[in-house]
Each structure stands twice: as structure tokens, then as C-alpha cells.
Design a protein around this ligand. Structure first.
Ligand SMILES: Nc1nc2c(ncn2[C@@H]2O[C@H](COP(=O)(O)OP(=O)(O)OP(=O)(O)O)[C@@H](O)[C@H]2O)c(=O)[nH]1
Ligand SMILES: [Mg+2]
Length: 371
């Protein structure tokens, strides 16, 4: 159970700004003075934003992409597919290959390269060993066994996004610094818009220079409203106003961005607690979802970093971002094993369309099938 349950329905607060106690003020005392904030925000804007908000794809490219979700998932998984298919094919000097220790060792090394973890790689190796040891195996047989094992390892209960039964659904997005939270929020907004839902964004990462501007640009591009605060201001106040506006304007989905880093991890967790509290004061059942964004390029290293977040923030689902940038797409397996929450979406690029609902069969097919 995460730390936020403690606050549920306790310590009623009407205004987050009224509630900022001295201890919390002290916890944020490392933040730069207001003058510096303004300067740093202005100075960093153009440089940082060009790094964090990519140009939109051309209209032709977007039309092409929208019609080709499957192709997009496949291209996102290309680097991992290259390791799996090309490297395994390289094990075959002729059509068939004798399954001996050397073959199994080399196969194991290829599987581990995808960051699927030693356990799953061992499981696949053992399956091939038990079925084919001392016999000749074809390339296609190896792929078939890996596909079957991966499907089994990745299978999870189907769980659609949980929306409020009535009124706005509140989604909080958390994750370590740079994992892809803000970009994933833009993609989620686009995804919900495509389902015909109205979306409001809350820019509650008031810590990082240009974070608010980054989300503002996305909001403008997507044509959705955004609630912002001043940089260095109280993120819980932004969350409070976001939910209030979502209720007032009867918005379907309100997605709230959060900071990935503060001066200390304790401060960050305290900040998230406060955000939870102000949301629940307005809608007791909210947030309806807390999405944890994990960066696939970090491979298994990212998992331990994110574990603290997941436990503390009562996360309900995972978005695995940046699959397109890595051959470590196999990391989804240890993620499934180590987190009790499902992977709901995968991110495979920097455009709003680059988000796929995670479906085991499609994902596994994307690891093997060419267009
Ligand atoms: N290739 C690729 N890049 C991505 C993806 N998602 C995010 N990025 C890029 O990763 C960088 C960081 O993404 P952000 O969305 O700013 O990450 P964040 O978690 O909000 O970062 P902080 O606010 O600093 O904690 C940006 O340059 C994004 O464009 C993805 O799926 N694929
Ligand atoms: Mg961000």
C-alpha cells in the first residue's frame, strides 16, 4: 500500500495554497529565488524546447502514420527485432543447426541482449534444449518457440483505462526525470481525443525550467486546454485548479504532469502526496489512474529507479516509452514480472500518434514480423 492512502478523506483542504505548511515550505527552500526563476525560464526556453518538443511530422507523414498503426509499432520495435531475428539468423550457417551447448550458449547471449533478463532467457533456452537437444533445429522453429514463450511471459489480464463513472476522469502521470512523461501526456491526449473525449492538461511540473512551456506547446498543437502555474510555484495548486476546471467545464479526461526530480526524493514524494490530497479533496475516487512512465532505453536499470515511484505513488498502469530508441525492448518482460500493475501503453516515437495500446499478441508479432 502506498503512502497516499493515509491522506484519503483525511485532513480536508479547500485550497492547496492555504495548506502549504512550514515544513513543506522548508522542503522547497532550495528552489531558486523568483527573479532567477524568471530568468532561467526565459533563457532556457528556446534551447530546451527544441530538445524536448520535436517538430510535428508533415501532414502527409501524419496521414500516412494514422493509417498505419501496425506499421508504426513494427518500426518502433525494429531495433529489438533486429537483435532477435538478425542475430539469431546468424547462428544458422546452414538451414538447420545442431542444438548443442555452443548453440544454446550463443542463443542465450542474444536473448539477454534484449534486456529480457536471465530468467526468461534461461526459460526459452531450456524449452529449446528439452525439445531439440542433439537434434537439428530450423530457424523458424527457434522463432516459434521464442514467440510462444514471450507471449506466455507477457500475458496479463486485459485492463482498459479506468474512467470515472460520471464526471471528469483524473489521470496523474509520474516517473523519473526524463522518462518521457510530458511527451507521453501529449500522446495520451491525442489518443483520448481520437476516442471523442475532451481533454484538459494540468502542468504541475513547476520545477524544471521550460517544463510548463513544453506542455503548453503540446496543448496548442493538440487544441486542448491547459492549466498552468508559475515556474517554481506550488504544483499542488496547479493540480487543484486543473481538477476544479475539469469539473467546471465538464471535461472528460484531465491529465496532470508532475516533476520527475526535485532536490531530494523525499521532497518529490511529499509533493506527490500533496497533489494526491488536493485531487481527492475534490473527487474522492480520483486520481482514477496513475500512470508510471518507464524509459525502455534505460533497460533493466530503469526498473529499480522506478520501483520507489510505483510503490509510493500507488501507480495503476505503466507506459513504456522510447521503444523505438532501443534494442532493449525485451525489458518489457522483467517489467511485467516485477510490477504488479499492467503495461497499458507503449511509446515508440516523439509524435502524438506514437502511442500504442499494449496488446500482447501485437507486441510479440511486432518483435518478429516484417511489414
Ligand atoms: N524516440 C523517442 N523519444 C521520446 C519518446 N518519449 C519521449 N521522448 C523524448 O525523450 C525526451 C524526454 O521526454 P519528456 O517527455 O520531456 O520526459 P519527462 O519525463 O517529462 O522529463 P522531465 O520533465 O525532465 O522529468 C524528449 O526529448 C522527448 O522527445 C519516445 O517514445 N521515443
Ligand atoms: Mg516533463
Amino acid at each position: 500500500m502506498g503512502i497516499f492512502k493515509r491522506f484519503k478523506k483525511s485532513n480536508p483542504t479547500t485550497s492547496p495554497s492555504e495548506n502549504a505548511d512550514n515544513a513543506e515550505q522548508a522542503a522547497y527552500s532550495n528552489k531558486p529565488p523568483e527573479d532567477d526563476i524568471e530568468n532561467s525560464g526565459a533563457a532556457s526556453t528556446s534551447a530546451e524546447l527544441s530538445e524536448f518538443v520535436p517538430d510535428l511530422a508533415s501532414t502527409e507523414q501524419q496521414d500516412y502514420d494514422r493509417g498505419n498503426l501496425w506499421q508504426r509499432l513494427q518500426s518502433g520495435l525494429k531495433k529489438t527485432r533486429d537483435v532477435l531475428k538478425t542475430d539469431i539468423r546468424d547462428l544458422f550457417k546452414t538451414d538447420g543447426q545442431l542444438v548443442d551447448d555452443e548453440f544454446l550458449k550463443r542463443l542465450f547471449a542474444i536473448l539477454v541482449k534484449t534486456d529480457m533478463g536471465g530468467g526468461p532467457a534461461e526459460q526459452i533456452k531450456s524449452r529449446i534444449e528439452s525439445q531439440f537437444e542433439g537434434r537439428v533445429i530450423e530457424f523458424e522453429d527457434v522463432l516459434k518457440i521464442i514467440r510462444g514463450e514471450l507471449t506466455e511471459l507477457l500475458t496479463q489480464p486485459t485492463q482498459p483505462v479506468r474512467f470515472a463513472q460520471s464526471g471528469p476522469s483524473i489521470i496523474l502521470v509520474v516517473g523519473v526525470n526524463g522518462s518521457g512523461k510530458t511527451t507521453s501526456i501529449a500522446k495520451l491526449a491525442h489518443h483520448f481525443q481520437a476516442e471523442g473525449k475532451s481533454v484538459l492538461l494540468g502542468a504541475a511540473d513547476t520545477f524544471r525550467a521550460a517544463a510548463v512551456q513544453q506542455l503548453t506547446i503540446w496543448a496548442e498543437r493538440l487544441g486542448v486546454d491547459i492549466v498552468k502555474g508559475d515556474q517554481g510555484g506550488d504544483p499542488a495548486a496547479v493540480a487543484h485548479r486543473s481538477v476544479a476546471q475539469a469539473i467546471e467545464k465538464d471535461v472528460d479526461v484531465c491529465i496532470i504532469d508532475t516533476a520527475g526530480r526535485l532536490q531530494t526524493q523525499t521532497n518529490l514524494m511529499k509533493q506527490l502526496e500533496k497533489i494526491f490530497r488536493v485531487i481527492q479533496n475534490q473527487i474522492p475516487a480520483a486520481p482514477h489512474e496513475v500512470f508510471l512512465v518507464l524509459d525502455a532505453t534505460a533497460g533493466q536499470n530503469g526498473i529499480s529507479q522506478a520501483r520507489g515511484f510505483s510503490e509510493a505513488a500507488n501507480c495503476t498502469g505503466i507506459i513504456l516509452s522510447k521503444l523505438d530508441g532501443t534494442a532493449k525492448g525485451g525489458v518489457i518482460i522483467p517489467i511485467r514480472q516485477e510490477f504488479s500493475i499492467p503495461v497499458l501503453f507503449v511509446g515508440q516515437g516523439e509524435q502524438p500518434e506514437d502511442l500504442a495500446v499494449f496488446k500482447v499478441d501485437e507486441f510479440v508479432a511486432g518483435l518478429f514480423d516484417e511489414v
